[in-house]
Design a protein around this ligand. Structure first.
Ligand code: FAD
Length: 471
C-alpha cells in the first residue's frame, strides 16, 4: 500500500486551501460528497443549481491572505463585485452596507442619527484595517515553536490594539454612541451574528470591529456558484469524491485511514471535519480523550433554497431584520442571496435564492418525525411570508422548487450539525482549538479551529497550519 505524505479529510474551505498550498507534496483529498466545498458548496436539485450556505466571497483583495492563497493556486476566478454588499431592511428603513465610508455614513446617519456615528464607525473601520495588516497573527499549541509564535503574536496584538483587544464591545458602544435605540442595537447585533455567530455583549471591541467591517472590504459574487472556487483551488490536487473516512488508526510512524471504499496509509492527516466530530474516528484512547474535551458549539443554520421567477433587478444580498425572533431559531434576522441575472448557470431557468438564519443544532435532533416536519414548515413559512412582505413585487407563485435545510440536513450531507465554532469571546480566547494537536502528524483545519468561520477566518487558520505542517 502506498504511503502518502498528507491525507486531507474533507474539501471544505480549510481542507481545500491547505491542500492547494501543499499540492507539490504527495497529497490526497478524500471527500464524502459529490460536491466540493462543504458549507460553501453548490448543489443541483430540480435541474437548478443552489448555494448550500455561503454566498459571499470576501478577502479577495491585495495583501489579503485569502487572495494570497488563491494566487498561489493560480486560480482563474470568475467574480463580480457586489457594489452594495448588503441591503439591510429594518422596520421600513433601508441601510446599504457599501464599501465607500462616506456613503455608508450618510445611510447610517439617516437611519440612526447619532452625533458620534462618525467617531464610532471610523474607529470600527480603522481597527479592522490595522488587524488585517498584522503580519505575525498566529495561534497554535503543542510545540515549543508554536507557543513561541503564539506568544509573539499576542504581544503584537496587545501592543497594536491595547485595550481594544479585550475591552467589551457593549461598553464601547455605550461610551461612544450613548444609550442607543433597541433598533440600532439590533442592527449592530444582527450584522455580528452573521460574521461572528454572537452579539456585542460577548465580544471585545476588536472582534466587533472585524465582524462589522466586512462590507468595507470588496465583497464578491461568484459566477456559477461558490462551488467553482473549490474546483479552482483543487484543480492540480488528487481528490477522491464520494469516499467517506470511517476510521483512523494510529500506527507507529503513520496513520491507517479506512474509508467507505478503501484503505490508505499516510504520515500526516489533516481533518477538515469539525473538531466535535473527530473523536469517533479513533480507537487510540488519548486521541479520543483529546477530541472529547472540546465543548460542542450548539450553533447552526436554517437554510431555504428556491427558484424565483422574476425579471426584476435585485441586488446580490439583503438582510431583513424583524422585531421578533423567527420561530425555532435564535435570530430575528435572515440573510437573502439571489443569483445574478447574467449568471448563465445559476439563473438558467429562474433566479437561484439562498436564505439563511441562525438556529440551535441540537434543537432539531430531539424531535419526533412529525414534530420535525411541523417545526420545519413553521420556520420555512414564516421566512417566506416575511420575505414576501418585504418584496412586494414578488408573488407567492413566483417561488418554485422550495426546499429547506436544518442542522439535521447538514449532518446528513456533510457530517456536521453545527455551523461555525465557538464564537471567540473575551472569556474563551485561550481555549480556541489549535490546528496542531498533541499527536505527531495529526492536524485540524476549518471553522471550528482558529481563527473562525468564513473565507477570511478559515484562511488565517490555513496560513498557520501551513507553517506548522512545513516546519
Ligand atoms: C448558512 C451559512 C452561510 C454562510 N455564509 C457565508 C458567506 O456568505 N461567506 C463566508 O465566507 N462564509 C459563510 N459561511 C461560513 C462558511 O461557509 C464556513 O465557515 C466554511 O465553509 C466552513 O469551512 P470548513 O473548512 O470548516 O469545512 P466544511 O464546510 O465543514 O466542510 C467540511 C467537508 O468535509 C467533508 N467531510 C466531513 N466528514 C468527512 C469524512 N468523514 N470523510 C470525508 N469527508 C468528510 C464534508 O462533506 C465537507 O465537504 C456560512 C455558513 C453557513 C452555514
Amino acid at each position: 500500500m502506498k504511503l502518502y505524505d498528507i491525507l486531507v479529510i474533507g474539501s471544505g474551505m480549510g481542507g481545500s486551501m491547505i491542500a492547494s498550498l501543499n499540492k507539490n507534496r504527495d497529497l490526497l483529498v478524500l471527500e464524502k460528497e459529490q460536491n466540493l466545498g462543504g458549507c460553501a458548496s453548490t448543489f443541483k436539485r430540480y435541474g437548478s443549481y443552489f448555494n448550500a450556505g455561503a454566498t459571499t466571497f470576501v478577502g479577495y483583495e491585495k495583501n489579503h491572505i485569502v487572495k494570497d492563497i488563491f494566487d498561489k493556486a493560480e486560480a482563474a476566478l470568475d467574480l463580480r463585485e457586489s457594489k452594495i454588499a448588503i441591503r439591510v431592511l429594518q422596520n421600513g428603513k433601508t441601510i446599504d452596507r457599501v464599501k465607500d465610508f462616506e456613503q455608508f455614513l450618510e445611510k447610517i446617519d439617516k437611519a440612526y442619527p447619532n452625533k458620534n456615528n462618525r467617531i464610532f464607525w471610523e474607529k470600527i473601520k480603522e481597527l479592522d484595517e490595522k488587524f488585517w495588516q498584522l503580519q505575525k497573527l498566529y495561534y497554535a499549541k503543542y510545540s515549543f515553536y508554536s507557543y513561541l509564535k503564539t506568544l509573539n503574536s499576542f504581544l503584537e496584538l496587545f501592543i497594536k490594539f491595547r485595550t481594544y483587544s479585550f475591552k467589551s464591545a457593549k461598553s464601547f458602544i455605550k461610551e461612544v454612541l450613548g444609550e442607543i435605540s433597541k433598533e440600532y442595537q439590533n442592527f449592530i447585533d444582527s450584522q455580528l451574528l452573521i460574521t461572528l455567530q454572537t452579539t456585542s455583549k460577548d465580544l471585545s471591541i476588536l472582534s466587533m470591529a472585524i465582524g462589522l467591517s466586512y462590507p468595507f472590504h470588496k465583497v464578491f459574487y461568484v459566477n456559477e456558484g461558490m462551488g467553482e472556487l473549490f474546483k479552482e483551488l483543487l484543480k492540480d490536487v488528487e481528490v477522491r469524491k464520494k469516499e467517506e473516512v470511517l476510521k483512523i488508526l494510529k500506527e507507529k510512524n503513520y496513520f491507517r485511514v479506512i474509508t467507505s471504499k478503501s484503505e490508505y496509509k499516510s504520515l500526516n492527516v489533516v481533518l477538515n471535519s469539525t473538531i466535535y466530530d473527530c473523536a469517533r474516528f479513533f480507537e487510540d484512547k488519548k486521541i479520543k480523550e483529546y477530541y472529547k474535551k472540546f465543548t460542542f458549539s450548539d450553533q447552526s443554520a436554517f437554510v431555504l433554497n428556491f427558484n424565483l421567477n422574476s425579471k426584476e433587478e435585485f441586488l446580490h444580498h439583503y438582510q431583513i431584520i424583524l422585531e421578533k425572533n423567527i420561530p425555532n431559531t435564535v435570530s430575528n434576522s435572515f440573510f437573502i442571496s439571489l443569483s445574478d441575472k447574467e449568471d448563465k448557470k445559476m439563473s438558467k431557468k429562474a433566479l437561484s435564492v439562498t436564505i439563511s438564519t441562525h438556529t440551535k443544532a441540537l434543537f432539531w435532533e430531539d424531535l419526533s418525525f412529525d414534530e420535525y416536519k411541523t417545526k420545519k414548515e413553521e420556520t420555512q413559512n414564516f421566512i417566506i411570508d416575511s420575505f414576501l412582505k418585504h418584496f412586494k413585487s414578488v408573488k407567492k407563485e413566483d417561488i418554485i422548487n422550495l426546499s429547506s435545510a436544518t442542522s439535521k440536513t447538514f449532518k446528513r450531507y456533510i457530517n456536521r450539525n453545527n455551523c461555525g465554532g465557538s464564537p471567540v469571546t473575551l472569556k474563551n480566547i485561550f481555549q480556541i482549538p489549535s490546528c496542531r494537536t498533541p499527536f505527531k502528524g495529526l492536524y485540524n483545519i476549518g471553522d471550528t479551529v482558529f481563527a473562525g468561520q468564513g473565507w477570511p477566518g478559515v484562511a488565517l487558520g490555513v496560513k498557520v497550519l501551513n507553517e506548522e505542517i512545513n516546519e
